[in-house]
Design a protein. Sequence first.
Length: 544
Amino acid sequence: MSLPSLQARLVLAGLLCAPAAAQLGPAPEPPENPLTESKRLLGKALFWDEQLSSDNAVACGTCHIPAAGGSDPRLDMGSRHPGIDGVYGTPDDRFASEGVHRASSAGEVLPDAISGFAPQVTGRRSPSMIGAGHFAELFWDGRAGTTFINPETGAVSIASGGALESQSVGPILSFVEMADEGRTWDDVRSKLERVVPLALATNVPADVAGAIQTHYDYPGLFADAFGDPAITAERIGFALASYQRTLNPDQTPWDLYIAGQTSALTSQERQGLNAFMSNGLRCAICHAPPLFSDGSYRNLGLRDIAEDDGRRSVTGLFSDRGKFKVPSLRNAGLRTRFFHNGDPTFSSLFLSIFFYNQGGGFFLDNKDPLMNGVFMAPSTASNITAFIQNGLTDPRVAQELPPFDRPTLASERRPAAAAVGAAVTGSGGIDPELSIESPAYPGAEEFRVVMHSGLGGAPAAVGMALSLPGGAPGGTPTVRTPMAFLGQRGLAPGGAGGGHGTWHRPIPLDPALSGTKLYFRGLVRDPGAVNGVARTRWAEVEIH
Ligand code: HEC
Ligand code: HEC
């Protein structure tokens, strides 16, 4: 057990003497967008509404979950991005976030060069929206700047302090995160005018549920927040930013500790704090309290600059190559993946801290000089881990208590479509396949069934049945049951296995449909198949 250095004790003593200066205040609000309760409530509804995406599958919150430290809890599952080499399982892979399928402006799902017919994956790991209001610039490279430009008019909307507004309007038109290609603000507006707010969510927090009950629909919520029912990109940005400004993680044990409650940190956590503040380790220079970030951009030598240029892509400055924004360490203990690329090498908080031992990463080009000569015993890394894990976790965030409470998303409840039965192979020895990611719920205006890997250009249809023909799941259907057809069309050209098509079918707004199972099967006219018709396996989809 090592004693805290004199330096650390001085720094700590300084903090203890001037707690007011060291405490995390509320996130600053720009005068153009003062915080109001009605804007916060509208922002909270928008943030958790999967209908804000083109295909109803992705909300802001899908990639930003409080209990996961504001990042994405799906990071260990499908959300691997192969990196610039396009090959999975190599060192440049990233753990990032699954967004929408690549789709045309007509909602026709298209093969993506990287993800094929699976949802696209962002190039970076999602940083936290909690506490984001304290940063002057947002995103790992800071490209969401302080000036907010009205996306529909091009006029300056907020002169400075508008990074959250600038950031919030990005994902809604991003073809990877939430949008079909070519989506416009008119599309977003007309959709929000039609839909029932949070129609897909359950366990809606009482504050938002009350607002929806009173104001009924989005135009009503916009009227309450802004005085008239007009839905504009600027107002969407204002509301989302207002909500996120109220997500202030200022009740960690460290906050209690510097306010004078010495027992808020255990002795191991205090040792971790002292090491963290020490001159030798320098953590607090970049991760400066009370935010535990100084908002600067640094290169830790984590990865080859050729993979991601970071800050340089925004400033164009050679000296900024490979630099990323210093993240706040508040609630980092709730995350499962770390750094801008969710680096597969550092799968725990301890490992991401021990990474600093002997000066950070192996990539020396433009590496920060502060990394030089850092040495850390494993026991010190354990103490710092304990400090960050507990001392910097706001229990309200971990338990998703107000203001960090939230609805349950449809994507968290519904089982993925299950494939049952056997396929009938088509030309080239390839089985056609169905991919159904868009949620089936009563009132879904945009339910998509995607067929791919069929014979390019061939006539095809999707059949729908209410029970699995032939009975037992997994069994090959033997009995023909009545099927409704979603219509015949030609698959896109592309040779054997290269054809694909998307079928759209609205689901009636009939609550009695909840819990019903639907079975879909794709049929492709294909001379290379037995009896001239290739068939996908059945996809079992439950209406939620
Ligand atoms: C598909 C996943 C996904 C969705 C959906 C999504 N985000 Fe993000 N978010 C990310 C990723 C990835 C980044 C980092 C991108 C980068 O730095 O290049 C990010 C960055 C952010 C940041 C910046 C935090 C910081 O410290 O720099 C905020 C705030 C944020 N998102 C809020 C939102 C809001 C509001 C929405 C909805 C309008 C949203 N996100 C939708 C994945 C997502
Ligand atoms: C030179 C500035 C600098 C110093 C010194 C520094 N960090 Fe960091 N830290 C960063 C940056 C920048 C990132 C993000 C890097 C990236 O993703 O490429 C980061 C990321 C982290 C993360 C991952 C957080 C997350 O959510 O992804 C942890 C944990 C962390 N630092 C802890 C520490 C500790 C502990 C120390 C002291 C041993 C320390 N840092 C010293 C700049 C610094």
